[in-house]
Design a protein around this ligand. Structure first.
Ligand SMILES: [Zn+2]
Length: 171
């Protein structure tokens, strides 16, 4: 059942009605929930777990790529967003969406290179794109894949994030 979806070479799934078991294929990357939990708390636990797995996957890749490219960022934040894959602040703080977990490594690497290029150019001018092309020659195709990439994210995650954003703006 694709409650959680397939991601980054790992397997996320649900086994049986009473037990939700999700694994991303790595040591420690296992979440198990047993019956008795209400749907809302199961959703919360899954989202927390996915955010943890995203942190474990994204942070080392970003620091490795930054070292390869010879650039330095200040912080990295993993965010639960439904409209942006990543961002980079003027202070050098990079934010990455935990839903990147659902993309193949080449796409993730492109997004990381894109945000790291913003450390040099805080805009989307031709000079910025020239630097991105330097970092990732195949950037056009990867950028297009990311543009349609929300379809890769399990529907329940998008729905939960949307409902929560609406609840926040109504409050
Ligand atoms: Zn950008």
């Amino acid at each position: 059942m694709p409650l959680v979806g397939a991601a980054g070479g790992g397997e996320f799934g649900v086994r049986g009605a009473d037990c939700v078991r999700a694994s991303d294929g790595s040591r420690g990357g296992i979440l198990e929930l047993h019956s008795g939990a209400n749907p809302e708390s199961v959703r919360d636990a899954l989202l927390d777990w996915l955010a943890e797995r995203a942190t474990a996957m994204l942070e080392p890749r970003l620091s490795e790529l930054a070292a390869d490219l010879g650039v330095k960022y200040r912080h990295v934040h993993i965010r639960r967003q439904r409209t942006r894959w990543g961002s980079c602040s003027v202070r050098g703080a990079i934010s990455l969406n935990f839903c990147l977990l659902f993309h193949r490594p080449a796409v993730v690497k492109y997004l990381l290179a894109h945000e790291l290029a913003h450390l040099t150019h805080m805009n989307h001018t031709p000079r910025f794109w020239a630097l991105v092309a330097d970092y990732e020659p195949d950037w056009r195709a990867l950028d297009r894949e990311l543009l349609h990439g929300w379809q890769q994210v399990p529907a329940w995650i998008m729905l939960t994030l949307r409902n929560r954003a609406q609840a926040r703006s109504a409050a």
